[in-house]
Each structure stands twice: as structure tokens, then as C-alpha cells.
Design a protein around this ligand. Sequence first.
Ligand code: UDP
Ligand code: MG
Length: 331
Amino acid sequence: MADKLYMIVPCYNEEEVLPETAKRLREKYASLIGAGLISPDSRVVFVNDGSRDRTWDIIRELHASDEMFSGVDLAHNSGHQNAVLAGLMTVRDICDVSITMDADLQDDINAIDEMLAKYYEGNQVVYGVRSTRKTDSFFKRFTARSFYRFMKAMGADIVYDHADFRLMSARVLQELAGFREVNLFLRGLVPLIGFKSCKVYYERHERFAGKSKYPLGKMLHFAVNGITSFSTRPLKLITAIGFIMSAISAAAIIWAFVVKILGHSELGWSSTMCSIWLIGGIQILALGIIGEYIGKIYAEVKQRPRYIVAEFINNGGKENAEKDTQSRELR
Ligand code: UDP
Ligand code: MG
């Protein structure tokens, strides 16, 4: 008997693309079920991340017309990462294997066959990796590349050019439930879980319709979050800079002292100004970085739920909304 696949598709104001995404996934599922790769009770779970448009209505309609489609409705907008997690945690006890994919059809649905093949070969995690970035604008490509390089340099181990198109077995999902961090960055977390994994390459398409829900500001926030959640190297850098600055100032003191003794002490105004600005800048930057970490600790100690499931529609019937607290009990 083939395994039960649950696909998790986060949706935030995706009314323009959802019907097309559903159509293509229905075709894909039909062929996968026909080929005996997935069981007939496999599902596509659309996670409505507090959309303000007709997204949830469309999901309900899809569910009513075809039980292949399920839906999770979140009580408010929780962000892409939390929406994905909400979907995964809701289905982790009822599926054998999961695949997460964006709603906008940028990820190649045809890569699913290969992902499943790799899963049946014994891989617990299969990362979908973009083979090219032809469809991205120069700016997006440049910022994305810099992001991965910077992340590596800062000591966070993430898979290059892998977004959140990923297969995970139910076993991995159970382990994922044990990671309680509020500042969620799945790309950094999943490699930490371990297990046998591999990559599948796919061509990234253009967004099918609608606008990106990740404007530059959100993207920068995402990058900073990724780094500060997975690496304390910036803090170590501050210490290193502190040491270097101390060494330089020790040398400067000796120099000033020697100049004084030699009697030419009419030292310039400009050098004083420069050092004040330089040291001031470094200090404020250092404080900012430390503040970033403190803010993170603040969010973590509050232990607020990362998402709230208002409703889970599956199999034609309403099931009780699973609460985030359930995974806490599991630990
Ligand atoms: N998304 C979400 N919550 C948000 C923002 C985005 O669930 O707060 C979903 C969105 O519907 C899409 C996926 O996350 O399915 C990726 O977003 P998008 O395609 O806009 O990002 P991009 O591909 O431009 O980085
Ligand atoms: Mg997209």
C-alpha cells in the first residue's frame, strides 16, 4: 500500500492563484495515485494565514467539491513560516509523508514525483533546490545570493537555494514538534533535525498571479531572523572588535604620551573627531546587535503560541482544531 501524502500549502491573500493551484494539484494527485506512488486518501491542505480576501471561501468551496482538498484556517496572520508549521503540526499524526509548497506555483509541481521516489529510497527529508534563478529579478537574485553567503559566513547551516519546498516524513514531523522556538526559521531547523536527506533540483517559475507577499522589508526581517536564530557569531564578532579597538587605543595612548613628553602636543581636532564618530558608531552597532538578541530572548521567554488554528476541515467533516500546546505534551 502506498503512503499517505499530505501537502501543506500556506496561503495569504491568494484568491488569484488558488483555483489554478488546486487544478494542477488535482491533476498531479490523480497521476500519482494512478501510478501507485501515494494512497487514494492523500490530501492537499491549504493553510489560510489570516487572509483578507476570499482565500478561505475558496478553500471551503474546494473542500466541498472534492474531499482531496482540506483546509486549516488560522485565527490571524502568523507569517509564512508559522503557517507552514501550523499545517504540518495539524497533520503530523494522520499522514505518512508531507510536502510543503507555496501557493503561487513558483515551485515545480512535477518535482513531486522525484521527491517521492527519493522518499521511497529511504530519505526522510528531501529538499527542493532551485536549479536556476532566471525568473527572478536581478535585485532579488542578488539579495538572495548575498543572504545565503552571509548566513554561511555567520555559521548557520542552510541548504543553498532551497526555499520551503520540502518533503518530510511523519517521523521527521514528530521531531520537529519538539522544537519550541517562537522565532521560527524552518530552513535552519530542518537540517538540524538530521536523518537521511537528499536534494531534488527544479526550475523555479514566475509567480502565477498576484503580488509577492514578501516585500523587501519582510525579506530583510526574515534574513536577520535567520541569522540571529541560528548563530551567535555576530556577538563573538562584537567581542573581537572590542579587543581590536582596545589594542588600538592602548597604542594611541602610548603615542599620545610619547608626543607629550617630546613636547609637540598640539594634537589636531580632526583626529579626535574621527575617533569619537568611529567609536560611537561601533558602539551603537554593537548595542543594536545585542538588542536584537535580547528582543529574541524576550519573544522566546513569553512562549506565546506560534499560531492559533481556528478550524480544520478534512474528509468532509469538521475535526477539532489542534492546539499548538499538543506538541508540548508530546515532549
Ligand atoms: N504567505 C503566508 N503568510 C504570509 C506571507 C506569505 O502564508 O504572511 C504565503 C504565500 O501565500 C505564499 C508563500 O507564503 O504561498 C510565499 O509567499 P510569496 O510567494 O509571496 O513570497 P516570495 O515567493 O515572493 O518570496
Ligand atoms: Mg512566491
